[in-house]
Design a protein around this ligand. Sequence first.
Ligand code: FAD
Length: 561
Amino acid sequence: MAQSSQSIFAQRQDQTFPKLDPAEIERVRGFGEIRFYAAGERLMTAGQVAPGVVVVLRGSVAVTEHDHLDVHQPLVTYCTGDFMGELAQLAGRPALADAVAEQAVEALIISPQRLRALIVAEADLGERIMRALILRRTAILQTGTSATVILGRAEDGDVVRLQGFLRRNIHPHQLLNPEIDAQAKALIERFHIDGGQLPIVLCPSGQMLRNPGEDELARCLGLVQPIAPDRVYDVAVVGAGPAGLATAVYAASEGLSVIVLDCRAFGGQAGASARIENYLGFPTGISGMALMARAHNQAQKFGAEMAIPDEATGLAQGSASSSFVVNLQNRERVSARSVVIATGARYRRPEVKDLDAFEASSVHYWASPIEARLCAGQEVVLVGAGNSAGQAVVYLASQGVKVWMLVRRSDLAATMSRYLVDRIRGLANVEVLTSAEISGLEGHDGMLEAVTWRVGTTGQEVRRPIKHLFLFIGADPNTDWLAGSGVALDRKGFVLTGPETNAASHLLETSMHGVFAIGDVRSGSTKRVAAAVGEGAQVVAALHSFLADKVPKPSVLEHVG
Ligand SMILES: Cc1cc2nc3c(=O)[nH]c(=O)nc-3n(C[C@H](O)[C@H](O)[C@H](O)COP(=O)(O)OP(=O)(O)OC[C@H]3O[C@@H](n4cnc5c(N)ncnc54)[C@H](O)[C@@H]3O)c2cc1C
């Protein structure tokens, strides 16, 4: 068993660091190639793509994490029979830590591609390896240390944005506040950083980014790779919410080559849900992030390629060999024989003066631990009456936040599931105000200081000192990128499918033969995780039959969006 030097690794040690016995090593041999390393030689460098998972056949390897002040922290030592690696090696992404041979090492290197083949081919062993890779990433996240460092104040809107992006993409990082943290002060001195430039992100490679956009940050961290221009995928899935991830899992597991694009992070709206209690098989509920992270790992295990963040900006018919081209924001193009539109929906914004001014720091569209920490011990306003609003209220209240819940209708039960209505009624720190709406926002420098709302038919106004506003008032379809593509939309902009476009077409096929739509973006779909997942699985049968027989059919409807 590998020796861990950190107490958090003590939990589930045997599953996190399983040892392969000689018979198991023989079974994995065919998937790798032997390499020798001299004592002191590097096997892996943080910020660079490692050759793969390393099975130690002889010798030992020390894994360490370094910060930007050149302090190295031992993480774990791998000995004979252990294998080194975590989720980055499954996806072929840059390593999170450094690894050096403590003594002469003989190792079996299993590349990411061969590792995925091994996990699928060797069911029992594959399950143990996969579980270990996931648990190791979880353990790294729990340490709270990382070579990816955000320097800035926790309440700064850009810090919240950057943290949210890294958290949603399960990328370990740490936040250091120069106002209170000695390490942050030392980094500021060392890199001669001007306080006015914050937030700054220090990447494991040593690169320093000044308040980067998500795309710039992801590329610096190696989370997203350039698209191979001459590659033609069997299917391009646009959107990595539950619908898109389900398609990726089923299509990739059935041998199709799959690329999944998402402009933000995997998980979609479901990934923003604090607790999903109505998804089959989870009687105690599961956080949307946990459910979606499993699906994301599962899709990668079967070889689906993830391009996140990459935003689709257009769809067009391609040449004969590649039926479709998906154009990306960064001017790259994805060629595919079929396309699945799974771009879901985006949050609606109420008509309130100056909302934009507070959007970066004080207005939230989901309630995760990051928002709960920001609001700890405070009063907040939450607008909305659907299940997602109800879940957010229950979650924030459980974190000690006092919630003023503003509902436009006169009765919460008209739009929310019974179990949530009952739960909210039992919460002492939640006030539900029906027939209520926001009428004013006040604050300075992007930070909200007070919210005014109007209640009931009298229009009586109430003003309270409140710094955080949560909006859960529904969503509009993410279909702008389809403008001019020929894909027919309904009046509200949702994608029409099946008989709505052509009596002969598949239930999930759009007006463009070979382009399918699933999940929340589809006109008439049930806006639930289970429905999105079901459609994601169902569309794969249609993909097979389309790919087996690619005879173009005419589109019968014009684009109406
Ligand atoms: C807070 C919250 C709580 C919820 N709780 C529950 C619940 O408890 N139970 C339940 O059944 N349902 C719940 N829902 C609803 C459920 O999450 C959705 O029905 C489901 O996520 C829809 O899945 P989807 O894959 O169709 O779309 P989405 O989840 O919306 O995913 C779409 C994805 O497409 C990406 N995308 C959009 N445009 C582009 C583009 N141009 N290029 C690339 N990518 C793009 C987005 O970034 C997103 O990741 C909740 C929703 C919210 C917001």
